[in-house]
Design a protein around this ligand. Structure first.
Ligand SMILES: [Zn+2]
Length: 282
């Protein structure tokens, strides 16, 4: 027992955790730099189950979902259409003839793997199943079509908030200003625990959100300081200067978020871009 939760492993291949009476978590075997311990798939409900983020289309993972939810799975919800969160939805939907809930935007459609959404969710859509109701919360930033889902004080955050790692904001579908706004938005809801798409539950949601916002604004301040020292400068020269506290192996990933910061500075008339180099507006 840890914080009232039972952690158990059914087998080496089935990594399942009971979060509450009505929530189970199954972690896909796709751990890595972007995915931490692997993508979390959540099974919500009792008599009827909603699956939040079936994850990648790995046959073992899909078989495990089917085995745990045998005869009870009625809906699939996806937070966004990145390849580690949604491709499993296709197989699961086909096998069980059940609908997929989620969102597609023009921008996500042109970048992500194709997927058919049966029910487009909007901000504050209520998705009703036999013994539970889930509300969708639109949280663009990591991806334009990103939604979190709220059930009984638990917020399923997909890639909006991860545990143990920083979310990548990759323009143009990712947007730093939207991301910061979507973090603040979460504070309007009654959340007791965050259940992220990667990593473990977060029991102090508002403190975590404040810490993420502080971290992003601190990084933004560093971008401004480094620009001040050496502008005009191209993005590849700026990456090691802004992320000198981050392992250089991660710099290619950090470059995405740096671009998102620079776009936000331009939006706020604090920087300019001539097509090659960025300058600070002084
Ligand atoms: Zn993602």
């Amino acid at each position: 027992m840890d914080n009232g939760r039972d952690y158990y492993q059914v087998s080496m291949d089935m990594r399942i955790t009971k979060i509450s009476e009505n929530i189970q978590r199954l972690t896909a075997n796709n751990g890595g730099v972007f995915t931490g311990p692997g993508t979390n798939t959540y099974l919500v409900g009792n008599d009827e189950l909603s699956i939040i983020d079936p994850g990648p289309d790995l046959s073992d993972h899909i078989d495990d979902i089917l085995e745990i939810g045998r005869g009870r799975i009625t809906k699939i919800l996806i937070t966004h259409t990145h390849q580690d969160h949604s491709p499993g939805a296709k197989s699961l939907s086909k096998k069980l003839s059940i609908p997929i809930y989620g969102c597609i935007t023009e921008s996500s459609r042109s970048r992500d793997l194709p997927i058919e959404i049966d029910h487009m969710v909007e901000h504050r859509s209520i998705i009703v199943s036999g013994d539970h109701e889930i509300m969708s919360v639109h949280t663009p930033g990591h991806a334009s079509n990103h939604f979190c889902y709220l059930y009984n004080g638990y917020l399923f955050t997909g890639d909006h908030i991860m545990q143990g790692s920083t979310v990548v904001i990759a323009p143009p579908d990712g947007n730093m200003s939207d991301y910061l706004d979507s973090l603040k938005l979460i504070k309007e809801f009654d959340v007791k625990t965050i259940l992220p798409g990667h990593g473990d539950p977060i029991d102090e949601p508002y403190e975590e959100i404040d810490a993420i916002i502080r971290h992003r604004l601190k990084r933004e301040k560093k971008v401004i300081d480094r620009l001040k020292e050496s502008h005009p400068i191209d993005i590849d020269s700026l990456v090691p200067r802004v992320y000198d506290d981050v392992n250089s192996l991660l710099h290619p990933i950090a470059r995405f978020s740096l671009e998102a910061h620079l776009i936000r500075l331009i939006e706020n008339n604090l920087a300019t871009f001539d097509g090659q180099k960025y300058s600070l507006v002084e």
